[in-house]
Design a protein around this ligand. Structure first.
Ligand SMILES: Cc1cc2nc3c(=O)[nH]c(=O)nc-3n(C[C@H](O)[C@H](O)[C@H](O)COP(=O)(O)OP(=O)(O)OC[C@H]3O[C@@H](n4cnc5c(N)ncnc54)[C@H](O)[C@@H]3O)c2cc1C
Length: 366
């Protein structure tokens, strides 16, 4: 809640941390009804947000980077929001203050978190010898300079993102040997068969039951089955919480993500909202993916206004089955929803249409 000091000055200070999917859409929606007594800041390391759904397409060469990016600076300017360049280093929800990497701080009345997740670095050597997939901007820059020249590439993590990337790499660099390491099967039934066939068609060597236990100089990938020397290792496995969340005073789940209610409001601190990968719904847990981050967005935008205007909160209820469109290197994709799946060039065109439509809504004039 806004404190006495801010009510006296008549200004409520809202700070948006991170420019992920939900905050990008919130900026678009809020632009039309930000009340005058509201002062809003957006903290973001980059003025552009890279849309994860199109990252494998950038690697494959189907898109240039700019086609996969949302101009946060422009959205913020249009909504009358101050863009603060920087990364959050610490948050103290009892003091209602955020500290940035450069040492500066921001006091707030209401905070909203959409800072995503990080690839884990607990595996020995993963921080030193692997190229982390996030931040995407850094990864894509390094991919252009180091990836295109590499001939032996290992991808650790065979979730949808890791598989898409492995196939995209083979499509872009057919001369490269690409090995995909996974500790367990992430998919089952017909979808798993379709994915296995797609990997084989693309020439990706899938090392199943091969948890990467360490990375050594070289880099060399170490599993229980042996050691494999590479030119480049990409780390896509898992999603861990930003370490400062657990120290913030917010109630978190065991993994350190903010526990929120159906209104995307922190359980412990109702003046803090969280959306996307940063949030875990206490009563309706769902996987961490961009699809959910996008669906959180309208609820988050509505509830920020509801709180300011003293109105009742809107609840988010996750769909039980989500559409997944997994690109397979070339302009070919696998579609799945619940127990249904299908594949073809049409599925890639469908994904391309959805992705481009998502990006286009942020660049509309007016
Ligand atoms: C290769 C790959 C492909 C994927 N493809 C898909 C897909 O097709 N569909 C899908 O649903 N999901 C996909 N995912 C999952 C998806 O990336 C995430 O679930 C999604 O990006 C989460 O969205 P978000 O808005 O929570 O955070 P993000 O999209 O990660 O955005 C977080 C933002 O916060 C900023 N930020 C980070 N740290 C800080 C900080 N300390 N301070 C301030 N700002 C910060 C970042 O710069 C970023 O702009 C993919 C993942 C990978 C790795």
């Amino acid at each position: 809640m806004p404190d006495a000091r801010s009510w006296q000055t008549g200004v409520t200070r809202l700070v948006l941390l991170g420019g992920g999917h939900a905050h990008a859409l919130a900026l678009l929606r809020l632009r039309d009804f930000f009340p005058r007594h509201l002062q809003v800041k957006l903290v973001t390391p980059q003025p552009l947000h890279t849309y994860s759904g199109m990252v494998p397409g950038v690697v494959a060469g189907h898109y240039c980077l700019a086609e996969a990016q949302i101009d946060l600076a422009r959205l913020a300017a249009r909504a009358g929001v101050e863009l603060v360049p920087g990364s959050v280093r610490a948050l103290d929800v009892d003091a209602k203050c955020v500290w940035l990497e450069d040492g500066s701080s921001i006091a707030y009345d209401i905070a909203s978190l959409n800072t995503g997740s990080l690839p884990p670095t607990q595996v020995p050597g993963s921080a030193e010898y692997a190229l982390g997939i996030k931040p995407f901007e850094k990864f894509l820059q390094q991919w252009e300079t180091r990836g295109l020249a590499a001939r032996r590439i290992a991808v650790a993590g065979a979730g949808a993102g890791g598989m898409e990337l492995a196939m995209a790499i083979r499509h872009r660099v057919p001369a490269a040997r690409v090995s995909l390491f996974s500790d367990r099967a992430m998919f089952s039934g017909t979808l798993a068969l379709r994915l296995a066939r797609a990997l084989e068609r693309c020439g990706v060597e899938h090392r199943v039951d091969s948890a990467v236990t360490a990375l050594e100089p070289g880099p060399v990938v170490v599993t229980q089955h042996g050691r494999e020397a590479c030119d480049l290792v990409l780390w896509t496995a898992g999603a861990v919480a930003q370490p400062w969340l657990k120290k913030s005073g917010l109630q978190t789940d065991a993994a350190g993500f903010v526990l929120v209610d159906a209104a995307l409001r922190s359980h412990s601190h109702p003046d803090v909202f969280a959306a996307g990968d940063s949030a875990t719904l206490r009563d309706a847990r769902h996987p961490k993916s961009g699809v959910y981050a996008v669906r959180h967005a309208p609820v988050l935008a509505a509830n920020l206004v509801n709180l300011l205007e003293g109105r009742q909160m809107t609840d988010y209820s996750p769909q039980s089955r989500q559409l997944a469109l997994i690109s397979c290197g070339g302009k070919y994709a696998i579609a799945s929803r619940g127990g249904w799946s299908a594949e073809g060039a049409w599925a890639w065109r469908w994904k391309n249409w959805l992705d481009r439509r998502w990006i286009a809504r942020f660049s509309q004039r007016g």
